[in-house]
Ligand binder design. Structure first.
Ligand code: PEP
Ligand code: MG
Length: 883
């Protein structure tokens, strides 16, 4: 049997979107549930595919089917197509399965010619209206179907207006419109060398052809590419009896939302114009009125619209965006679809609808995107603000910030103390810049990727950052940077950065405060009821820990202890430790550090009292705590020039030699992680001692510290075995000495592929695994996490060599497989092995979904991403229910 190509509205339904397109399916659905829809039919998207399959023309037999359908439409409409007495006019509109607003073509008033226009005038007793419709139709048809420049018609309209002394289109009298219609036909002939088609059937077939053709116009192709819409989906064509909103003061046209799309408030929201056609609303010639005023203008139609809006919302169980026209007091619905909304509205509508019994909590969870949650947690750029883009880098840490440009960390601190807002701009940041970062509103670097120091630390602080902005050229010496267009920005100049998009703007751009509402909290509480994955936070200090807890974190998944080694006075002690010639000297320095660490640990454990806190022992290579050799060489040169005392120069030289000695060609694969702890056991011993002392003190104070000690970068079971012995030995000593009974866990990060592959061995000595997916991604791909993104990774993604940046979205095929192996094998050895993820992926929704599927116990995200992770984990649970 031949495939059915045409569906009348009473033959379709909302489920048939793929076949009938969004507009056609929803018109059919409205008809099906008894709402006022003008009669019409839809030519399917399959026909569009056929159209292209046969080389871009209407497939055989379609024309006859359209004619047949038109005869049925004539019966339903009580008018005849091309009839001079009682003409049927139609609109011909595109409508793809996925909405592509404004991308394809539409033709209104089709069916008018020199004869039918007279009929329309007589019938409506309105000559001006009839000829206005006719000249609009000629213009639209010429433009859409034959590609004649619309401007020519606009110019003709201007001439007519001048001739009749009309200020606006509405002031042009019937005579003028008649003249304009004639003139429009002339333009058509001048441009195309043929008469404007008077045969309405010919008009119709040409219009259908044009709509199918518009599926492949340039802007539609581009729109599909940007929005990942498949090219072979095709558009449907809807042919609908025209209803007129421009038939007098009891007629109108407009758009309305069933709820306020920017606040989510439950109220009919939208605008309309009395005595107008759809285009007039869009054209902005007249200012539309708020839809509530329709109550005064055309009361019975307003009541009907309210009734229809309620029915539609109940029926679709979501906020609707509707198009309507009122013809002589009677309401017609021309379209309905799910309405777009702001993040705040999305949350409010989802929560309200659960309370109204319209949707379930699970559905509410699925209706808000993690990105929307994200935007609610940060200051953002006022969307209506005017702005000048300077450059674009990586969106490393979301939120927007404004401040004056500062290149020097100390200066950033100084200015902040004076109450100034600054943006720290540097080629990249190092642990030395930490206090400058704390003091700044935001961070901009020209180098580094999404897991660079600046990115990780900024995210941890919830501070906006744009990193790897290679387009700017930073001149540290003269304290200025050059934008790609050559413009130079000096110290003190104001800029605004948007860490959610990676954009850098000139001057101060107005910002909007985060919107946290009661509904927001409620939605996240529901997410907690639904999710299976635990949500922890990566936090290194009591303030961040408290923030994370406030945002719903159930523990700390990663406290990077090296961050506690920073700050001017601490770095000095660390340097003393590094420079020590003897073990005694080193122990002395470590003792001082130990005291400080103990206070840090106590603060974090206290902030997270009763919840697990995972403390990772020192991880980075020691050279990170020393200035770069080049910097030191420069300082030495300066000191020598100034004739500084010999001991001072000697001291610097010693530091220089140490820095050179510690320098490595591949520091990320170098002397770092547990390798440090095994070669210099006193460092880790100090850390374990400080931690257990802090916990013991808290316990004595009646608190409930839950300690997990984590060893980084283990790759061989023997490393873990020794670390475990050391940890237990030191911990028992402390607990014994303090007379405290305290359970703690010892585990490792899985950051090296070998560790994942030998997890069954490592699990003998580790009670938990935490996947450090930053390093694991780096080591699995052999992509330097510090350089790859700036150098080639962006191009890789742009050109489709890699589908996504694996430092942001966990690579399921490679890294993911290693994780699966480690979890499965590790649990074979230790059934109660607890497993989580603490790389940056712990805050990424797609990666969280993977963690849920694999059956991890928790994900750990930066404090400001905790709410995002809570929602994403709940969405994963809804999508993949556990049996
Ligand atoms: C990791 O490697 O994923 C991790 C969390 O550790 P860091 O980023 O500190 O190397
Ligand atoms: Mg790591």
């Amino acid at each position: 049997m031949e495939k059915k190509r045409i569906y009348f509205f009473d033959e379709g339904s909302a489920e048939m979107k793929q076949l009938l397109g969004g507009k056609g399916a929803n018109l059919a659905e409205m008809k099906r549930i008894g709402l006022p829809v003008p009669p019409g039919f839809t030519i399917t998207t399959e026909v569009c595919r056929e159209y292209y399959a046969v080389g871009g023309r209407l497939p055989d037999g379609l024309e006859e089917e359209i004619v047949e359908a038109m005869h049925r439409l004539e019966k339903e409409a009580g008018a005849k197509f091309g009839d001079p007495e009682n003409p049927l006019l139609v609109s011909v509109r595109s409508g793809a399965p996925i909405s592509m607003p404004g991308m394809m073509d539409t033709i209104l008033n089709l069916g008018l010619n020199d004869e039918t226009v007279k009929g329309l005038a007589k019938q409506t007793n309105n000559e001006r209206f009839a000829y206005d419709s006719y000249r609009r139709f000629i213009m639209m048809f010429s433009d859409v179907v034959r590609g004649v420049d619309r401007q020519l018609f606009e110019e003709a309209l201007e001439e007519i207006k001048k001739k009749y002394g009309a200020k606006t289109d509405a002031d042009v009298p019937a005579e003028g419109m008649k003249e304009l219609a004639e003139r429009s036909k002339e333009i058509y002939k001048e441009q195309l060398g043929e008469d404007f088609p008077q045969d309405v059937w010919k008009q119709l077939i040409m219009a259908v052809d044009a709509v199918f053709r518009s599926w492949n116009n340039e802007r539609a192709i581009l729109y599909r590419k940007i929005n990942n819409i498949p090219d072979d989906m095709g558009t449907a064509v809807n042919i609908v009896k025209m209803v007129f909103g421009n038939m007098g003061d009891d007629s109108a046209t407009g758009v309305a939302f069933t709820r306020n799309p920017s606040t989510g408030e439950k109220e009919l929201y939208g605008e309309y114009l009395v005595n107008a056609q759809g285009e007039d609303v869009v054209a902005g010639i007249r200012t539309p009125k708020p839809v509530k005023e329709l109550k005064n203008d055309i009361p019975q139609a307003y009541d009907e619209l309210v009734r229809v809006a309620e029915i539609l919302e109940k029926h679709y169980r979501d906020m609707q965006d509707m198009e309507f026209t009122i013809e002589k007091g009677k309401l017609y619905m021309l379209q309905t679809r799910t309405g777009k909304r702001t993040a705040a509205a999305a949350v409010k509508i989802a929560v309200d609808m659960v309370k109204e019994g319209l949707i379930t909590k699970e559905e509410a969870i699925m209706r808000v995107t993690p990105e929307q949650i994200e935007t609610l947690l940060h200051k953002r750029i006022d969307p209506s603000a005017e702005k000048t883009l300077i450059a674009k880098g990586l969106p490393a840490s979301p939120g927007a910030a404004t401040g004056s440009v500062v290149f020097d960390t100390e200066e950033a601190v100084k200015l902040a103390e004076q109450g100034k807002k600054v943006i720290l701009v540097r080629p990249e940041t190092t642990p030395d810049d930490l206090h400058g970062m704390v003091a700044s509103q935001g961070i901009l670097t020209s180098r580094g990727g999404m897991t660079s120091h600046a990115a990780v630390v900024a995210r941890g602080m919830g501070k906006p950052a744009v990193v790897g902005c290679e387009e700017i050229d930073i001149d540290m010496e003269n304290e200025q940077f050059a934008a790609p267009n050559g413009k130079v920005y000096k110290k003190g100049d104001i800029i605004t950065i948007d860490g959610s998009t990676g954009e850098v703007f000139e001057g101060e751009v107005p910002l909007i405060d985060p919107q946290l509402s009661g509904e927001f909290k409620e939605l996240l509480d529901w997410a907690d009821e639904i999710r299976v994955l635990g949500v922890y936070a990566n936090a290194d200090n009591p303030e961040d820990a408290a923030k994370a807890r406030e945002f719903g974190a159930e523990g700390i998944g990663l406290a990077r202890t090296e961050h506690m080694f920073l700050g001017p006075e601490r770095v000095q002690i660390v340097q003393r430790m590094i420079m020590a010639d003897t073990s005694e000297e080193r122990r002395e320095a470590l003792k001082d550090l130990g005291k400080l660490q103990k206070a840090d640990f106590k603060g974090i454990l206290e902030a997270m009292d009763g919840l697990p806190v995972t403390i990772r022992l020192l991880d980075p290579p020691l050279h990170e705590f020393l200035p770069a050799p080049e910097e030191l060489a420069e300082e030495i040169r300066k000191l020598e020039d100034e004739g500084a005392p010999a001991e001072v120069i000697e001291e610097k030289k010693k530091l220089y030699h140490k820095a050179v000695e510690l320098a490595e060609h591949n520091p990320m694969m170098g002397f770092r992680g547990c390798r440090l702890g095994l070669i210099y056991p006193e460092i880790y011993e100090m850390q374990v001692e400080a931690l257990m002392e802090a916990a013991a003190e808290l316990k004595k104070e009646g608190k409930n510290p839950i300690v997990k000690i984590m060893h980084p970068l283990v790759g061989h079971v023997n490393e873990m075995k020794r670390l475990r012995e050391m940890t237990d030995r030191v911990a028992f000593q402390v607990l014994d000495r303090e007379g405290v009974d305290l359970k703690y866990k010892v585990g490792t990060m899985i950051e090296v592929p070998r560790a994942a592959l030998t997890a069954y061995q490592i699990a003998e000595y580790a009670e938990f695994f935490s996947f450090g997916t930053n390093d694991l991604t780096q080591m699995t791909f052999a992509f330097s996490r510090d350089d790859a993104e700036g150098k080639f990774l962006a191009k890789y993604v742009e050109e489709g060599i890699l589908p996504k940046n694996p430092f942001i979205v966990l690579d399921r095929d490679g890294v993911g497989r290693l994780i699966k192996i480690a979890v499965t094998d590790g649990r074979k050895t230790r059934a109660d092995l607890d497993v989580g993820i603490c790389g940056e992926h712990g805050g990424n929704p797609e990666s969280i979904e993977f963690c849920h599927i694999v059956g991890l116990d928790y994900v750990s995200a930066s404090p400001y991403r905790v709410p995002v992770a809570r929602l994403a984990a709940a969405q994963a649970a809804v999508k993949h229910p556990k049996k």
